[in-house]
Ligand binder design. Sequence first.
Ligand code: 3HC
Length: 303
Amino acid sequence: MNDCRIFQRALRRLRFGVVNGAPVESVGILGSGIMAGGIAEVVARADMRAILRARSEASATASLKGVEKGLARQVEKGKLEPAERDRILANISTTTDLGALGQCDLLIESVVEDLETKQQLFREFDAVTKPTAMLATNTSTLPVVEMAKVVKNPERVCGIHFFNPAQVLPLVEIVRPITASDETISRAADFVSKIGKEGVHVLDRAGFIVNALLFPYLNNAVRMLEDGTASMADIDTAMKGGCNFPMGPFALLDLVGLDTTLSILDTLHASFGDDNFAPRPMLRQLVEKGRLGRKTKAGFYEY
Ligand code: 3HC
């Protein structure tokens, strides 16, 4: 690195307080959905403190209950010692107060896929977090740079994208917006390895790697059903048996959530203008009927 770049970097650190690659010990998780609870569990398992922040006491409690239920199932199956469950739960606390995340080393937002909501949250992060904290979004498809640009120090913002169920799936995408510093990306990679996940690096393009490839496939499964080419059950059986996928596209759509799927496809379609991403009418109809998948006990299938 030449002298000029070293000087500029040192100046930036002085101005913004991005000091070093200090390891992450406490993580604030924003949201109360399935992903937020799953991320909190993953963090707590790796012996870091997880503070789950929800907008209401009721949703914070519901989120924690979801984690407790999953762990209880593991204990019942003999896969987890009760002492280990207690250790994990002791690492998780909940709050409704954003200010309680002030000392966290990393914040991961996992709220609704709505850019304005996320940007507002990032503005609030700026006011409460310590300057060395890393700020991450678990967005599926929204541009990370749009969140980075609303904070005073966009260098510390990146994407840390988990997959559902976060407790089980090994992958995490580390998303680099053009604004992120090398330190931020390297700290994010360290964090991902500390929680025992496999990290892949990707630029800040809609859908990153996985969703850009997965969602046209899911959308085309719906098209095939609409066309009457095959039944839902046979399409699912075909993709499990023919490709060794753990679940077929309709079971997976219900797991991901049809509202989430719709919003991901809308964003991909707007970004790339490719009709392959245009959400199929059947998907919209199910969402309009409130059949959102497993979380509402009905989607393509009934639960
Ligand atoms: N929470 C915690 N643990 C869970 C779980 C959950 N929600 N669901 C399953 N598990 C655990 C089980 O307890 C079990 O663990 P064990 O062997 O230690 O007991 C293990 O996972 C396997 O579960 P099951 O035996 O009950 O069932 P399966 O073997 O059928 O696995 C599955 C279930 C893990 C969901 C598997 O079917 C799978 O991997 N499906 C594909 C999921 C996928 O593709 N996800 C990506 C979606 S896209 C995404 O998330 C991106 C986002 O941006 C939208």
